[in-house]
Write a protein that binds this ligand. Structure first.
Ligand code: HEC
Ligand code: HEC
Ligand code: HEC
Length: 390
């Protein structure tokens, strides 16, 4: 893999710049924002329809400053707010790679945002307020791994674009960096908080393995009943795509560096972020939850939620199940896994979607059951929560 291709993979450019069924980098993916739908442009080397006419300077200005060759600002659905941290040399290697892919004459639909967001020049004001256009500065007090990890996580990896909450103007909030946010209904957990993403439970090596494979084994502390089956956590939804398209193709050394940096993020816990409430399932809910679980889930996840290595993740002692925000459990039940059926990421058996099989009430009941059984102790899910995410 050329240096440019590797860096484009670390930046996951293909994920946004390819529409479903389209050719890589030809754009046309619809990105929903609170301000309307934005379509990604064609970034193949076509002179007419792609970025074939971009000079090196144009390319750097786009990725580091969010300004187009004609001088108008880009919308921040293009994560230049993260790419601004990346060196000129690395970005120009990405450009050289993009110039080597097959040109496409596909023209993505035009972006029409709701007024006043349709006025692109308003984004100049936004950039004044929220864009800190600055390359990554290595911290001389930290080691090489830490600095490399920070450069990748904060820059090309643009992890904060999903894991950092946004303000009403749609900008990521610096003071709450990596403290967890909702994205397309999924919850990207707080990566600084031991309770939330469970990073505390993982060693640097385990976390690096999770980033590279989407699978984490934490056999050392989450197998209380000693069945010998190592419970596993698997990446879901948007995170499974990040692993599939990008992280799984990075070197072990880079994944290790990212894990070193992530494990060192200072803990920041939102005041609103209460520890899980104690399980308050009524006897009737527990019984109907168990019935649903035995009918629909136990064949794969096993009678006591212990899962089966290597095919089915454990639900017992799994932070993805007991996390405060139940979004990801609900989304997984509605959509199955992997969320996108064209995504052949999982080497294992795919989980069926229950969205059309179970009612909101039943999904809430079985989700509440798995969150409160076998030693799990997370608050119940309401059928209204399911309705919103359906
Ligand atoms: C999260 C989605 C996302 C990712 C990831 C992403 N882009 Fe984009 N990109 C966009 C959107 C959306 C726009 C258009 C913004 C607008 O219309 O204002 C854009 C615009 C661009 C443009 C300007 C094209 C033009 O015709 O003006 C370039 C160049 C570009 N991206 C390159 C890249 C590269 C290189 C990467 C990977 C390092 C990348 N993008 C990753 C969403 C993304
Ligand atoms: C497109 C949005 C998106 C991006 C970009 C993204 N994540 Fe995630 N991430 C999520 C979501 C949603 C989840 C929760 C679902 C899950 O647990 O897999 C998640 C979960 C995680 C978890 C916890 C897994 C667990 O089960 O406890 C880690 C660790 C993580 N992400 C690290 C990263 C890193 C590092 C990056 C940057 C290289 C990154 N993420 C980029 C959306 C994203
Ligand atoms: C045919 C087998 C199968 C059935 C039936 C099944 N699952 Fe799954 N489940 C899986 C697999 C495989 C995964 C991991 C998918 C992935 O990450 O790609 C999974 C993942 C999950 C996760 C996410 C765990 C994590 O660590 O990210 C939850 C929660 C879950 N299942 C709950 C349920 C519930 C509740 C039911 C019953 C309503 C159910 N599953 C039925 C196979 C199954």
């Amino acid at each position: 893999m050329s240096a440019g291709k590797y860096l484009a993979t670390a930046g996951d450019c293909v994920a946004c710049h390819t529409r479903p069924g389209g050719k890589p980098f030809e754009g046309g993916l619809a990105i929903e924002t609170p301000f309307g739908t934005i379509y990604t442009p064609n970034i193949t080397p076509s002179e007419q329809d792609g970025i074939g006419a971009f000079s090196d300077r144009d390319f750097l200005r786009a990725l580091q400053h969010g300004i187009s060759p004609s001088g108008s600002p880009y919308y921040p659905a293009f994560p230049y707010t993260s790419y601004t941290k990346v060196d000129d040399e690395d970005l120009l290697a990405i450009k050289a790679y993009l110039m080597s892919v097959e040109p496409s004459s596909y023209r993505p639909p035009k972006t029409h945002l709701r007024w006043p967001f349709s006025i692109r020049d308003l984004m100049f004001g936004w950039q004044d307020l929220y864009l800190n256009a600055e390359r990554y500065n290595a911290d001389p007090n930290r080691g090489d791994d830490w600095n490399r990890g920070a450069y990748l996580v904060e820059g090309l990896g643009h992890c904060g674009e999903c894991h950092t909450p946004r303000n009403l103007a749609g900008a990521t909030e610096k003071s709450k960096a990596m403290t967890g946010a909702v994205i397309d209904g999924w919850y990207a957990p707080n990566l600084t908080d031991a309770l939330d993403a469970g990073l505390e439970r993982w060693s640097v090596d385990e976390l690096a393995a999770f980033l590279g494979t989407g699978i984490a084994k934490t056999a050392h502390d989450s197998d209380p009943n000693g069945t010998g089956d190592a419970p596993v956590t698997e990446a879901l939804g948007p995170m499974a795509e990040v692993v599939h398209d990008s992280l799984s193709k990075l070197t072990k050394a880079d994944l290790y560096a990212m894990a070193v940096y992530l494990k060192d993020l200072p803990a920041k816990t939102e005041p609103t972020h209460q520890p899980p409430a104690p399980n308050r399932l009524s006897a009737a809910d527990e019984e109907s939850g168990r019935d649903l679980y035995m009918a629909h889930c136990s064949a794969c996840h096993q009678d006591h939620g212990q899962g089966r290595t290597p095919y089915f993740p454990a639900l017992r002692g799994n932070p993805a199940v007991t996390i405060t925000e139940p979004n990801d459990v609900i989304k997984t039940l509605l959509l199955g896994a992997p969320a996108d059926p064209s995504d052949a990421f999982s080497p294992y058996v795919v989980m069926p979607a229950f969205g059309s099989i179970l009612t909101d009430e039943q999904i809430a009941t079985v989700a509440s059951y798995i969150r409160a059984s076998w030693g799990n102790d997370a608050a119940p899910v309401q059928s209204a929560d399911v309705k919103v995410l359906r």
